[in-house]
Design a protein around this ligand. Sequence first.
Ligand SMILES: [Mn+2]
Length: 419
Amino acid sequence: MAHFEPNILERRRQRTLDAWNVTDDIVLIGGGSPISIPGGADQTFPFQTHPEYYWLTGRQREGGVLAYDAREGWTLFEPPLSQSEQVWGGSEAPVGRPIEELESWTKAREGRRIRWLGVTKYSEADPELRDRYLHVRRRKDEAEVSEMRRAVRATAAGHAVAKEMMRSGMTEREIQIEIEAAFYRAGADTVGYGTIVGSGPNATRLHSTPGSKPLQSGEFVVVDAGGMINGYTADVTRTHSVDGVWRNGMREIYDAVLTSQERTIAACVLGAEWGAIHILAARSLAEALKDMNVITVSADEAVETELISLFLPHGIGHMVGLGVRDASGPYPGRKGDNKFAGIRIRMDLPLDENYLVTVEPGLYFNNALLTNTEKREKYRSAVHWEKIEPWVGNVGIRIEDNILVTASGPVNLTSEIPK
Ligand SMILES: [Mn+2]
């Protein structure tokens, strides 16, 4: 069975064809196959079909190919259930035509151009069709928004548990375990990405893997975790203080990120350029750093000289939904290599209706960035270095929500998750 209603898939296929404008070519979209774990005998990494295949088929069975011929429409090919699959189990029952027939199907169309997408065979993916298709997938349909709302409910359950565990002595691992258990209890099939629980020094690194480190009073803990349902995941970050203790400056730093996030979410309207949104968030953070007497230069100067990227070393967000990175990437025709406030954002495009994006400003006092000799020299007089000394390697914050862009303004799908 497909994870989407036939009429939903029909509409997606029509939207895709309208964008492709393919009249005589053959299009093949490969779903892909599980990847072996090196040296793992018959073990494979967890498998999901390629999003380009899944979005148009709703299918998670490995080894399938969706074919399109403008003269005949769409045909789905999947491998029949093998003897071994029937014995060991775990595979979806196949639908469509047996994959063995794909060869004769293409042979019967000899002389016509074949263009591949998804996980390709025999050739590279077609860049033109891929760009157009990616752009079509950016606008979420109602079925996707409804899957997202379910993923958000599961995600909220995990974050609620985490917030209650912010006591000294608790380990990052213990918190991770309870977050993920709550996801599954609330309906998640899996996690959308590796759960991040980073406390104290680990909060200053963007993607810290939880370990045996116990929480200490007065540390910040960055919790970045999302539950996934039917391939759709939320991507939510909250930062908490341990034992409710806020050490010198922590409240101001936290409020700076929160204010930046509120302003940035409000800017997620139709037509807004993502690059400009990144700069808005960065400038807001820089204003706060100026007010706190952390930097000596104006907020505008901190943005123009890229100083702010020492404290905000990542893009302000990305598309989310069908996978945690979903259909980001540049607008058709753009290269995606422009820098904004010192950051090369991968998602260089204007927002449109039903885009679903993360908004995740942060302030990090990361050791590698802030003790770098070259950077210290470059920004020698722009930063009150002695003031930030106690925070370097110890303080990091990120706050992240998932925002649906609509004609009537931004809708925060994850606003119920307490901060
Ligand atoms: Mn994210």
